[in-house]
Design a binder for this molecule. Sequence first.
Ligand SMILES: Cc1cc2nc3c(=O)[nH]c(=O)nc-3n(C[C@H](O)[C@H](O)[C@H](O)COP(=O)(O)OP(=O)(O)OC[C@H]3O[C@@H](n4cnc5c(N)ncnc54)[C@H](O)[C@@H]3O)c2cc1C
Length: 221
Amino acid sequence: MKIIEQNHEILSLPENTLQIMEKAGRTCYKSEDKITNDSAERFVNMLVRKDHHAMVEFSDIIVKFITNRGVTHELVRHRHCSFAQESTRYVKYEGEMEFIKPVWCDDHLLGAWPEQASDPKLSVFPTKASPAEQVWMTSMEQAESDYKVLLQNGWKAQHAREILPNSLKTEIVMKANIREWRHIFSLRCAKASHPQMVELMRPLLKELQGKIPVVFDDLIF
Ligand SMILES: Cc1cc2nc3c(=O)[nH]c(=O)nc-3n(C[C@H](O)[C@H](O)[C@H](O)COP(=O)(O)OP(=O)(O)OC[C@H]3O[C@@H](n4cnc5c(N)ncnc54)[C@H](O)[C@@H]3O)c2cc1C
């Protein structure tokens, strides 16, 4: 098995995002004649401060996440999005299975484990792993081993998935407009959210705040 970190990748963020929003917004006020080369940012700033958020619906952002099954299960609850999620029905994990390191576990868990031994009871995990981390790693190792035994005994991937854990690496592509992303960040970056979710979403928010601050910089966590 391999323990990896979760991450995100922005697949699409139109360069003319603010210009599209300005064009839409100025249609309401019939002020298109005020459009200049640098008017979009100021205008969108005004829209956001006035809570005229319908205008920020005119641009979509597509993001690919690599995270765990528990987190993707939470993400797909957001209803104004499009999703493409790695399928445990159609993907057969025959090679090394990947699990996502819980964010509260130490980085020394990252990598391919165990170093030797096919019997999980003999597994060699990092010496610095705490008792709880060792339990988690042993459990992942056992799940991988059992999954493969089920396949060997004739179960299909969609049957053997019954025993896969929440920590299973899962890829998901998610498209939403900026209004919905703002809503998602307001829920999923907040302290009340699951720590694995918070640690996935805050870096994405930070990256987007760097790219188009005007529509995200009021979201502070
Ligand atoms: C901290 C936390 C704990 C949670 N715990 C649980 C839990 O224990 N059990 C559980 O089942 N879920 C739980 N959830 C998920 C939660 O119930 C929502 O399903 C999820 O957060 C999606 O949020 P949403 O419905 O606001 O947003 P979206 O689906 O993203 O929709 C965005 C907004 O559109 C509007 N909207 C969308 N659909 C409708 C509609 N049909 N009618 C009216 N308005 C609509 C609402 O204003 C909504 O806020 C939790 C979420 C969080 C953040």
